[in-house]
Design a protein around this ligand. Structure first.
Ligand SMILES: [Zn+2]
Length: 66
C-alpha cells in the first residue's frame, strides 16, 4: 500500500479537525495532544477493533512521505 493509499484509508475512518481526531463511526473524539494514548471509542463502535492509536498512525503515514 502506498503512503497516499494509507492516508486515504486513514481519512475514511478518522477526521482531524481543530487539533482533535474524531472517529467517523461513533464520533468519539481525542485531542491531538493525547495521541500517545489509546483512542477510546463509544461502546459498540464498529471501528473499535481497528486502529487504537490514530494520532500515531497519522504521524507514521506523514513520516513515510518524506
Ligand atoms: Zn469509533
Amino acid at each position: 500500500m502506498t503512503s497516499t493509499e494509507q492516508l486515504i484509508e486513514w481519512n475514511a475512518q478518522w477526521r482531524l479537525v481543530n487539533g482533535s481526531i474524531t472517529c467517523r463511526a461513533c464520533q468519539a473524539e481525542q485531542k491531538e495532544a493525547e495521541k500517545g494514548t489509546a483512542f477510546v471509542h463509544a461502546p459498540g463502535c464498529g471501528n473499535a477493533c481497528r486502529e487504537i492509536n490514530p494520532g500515531k498512525a497519522l504521524d507514521d503515514i506523514a513520516a513515510s512521505f518524506t
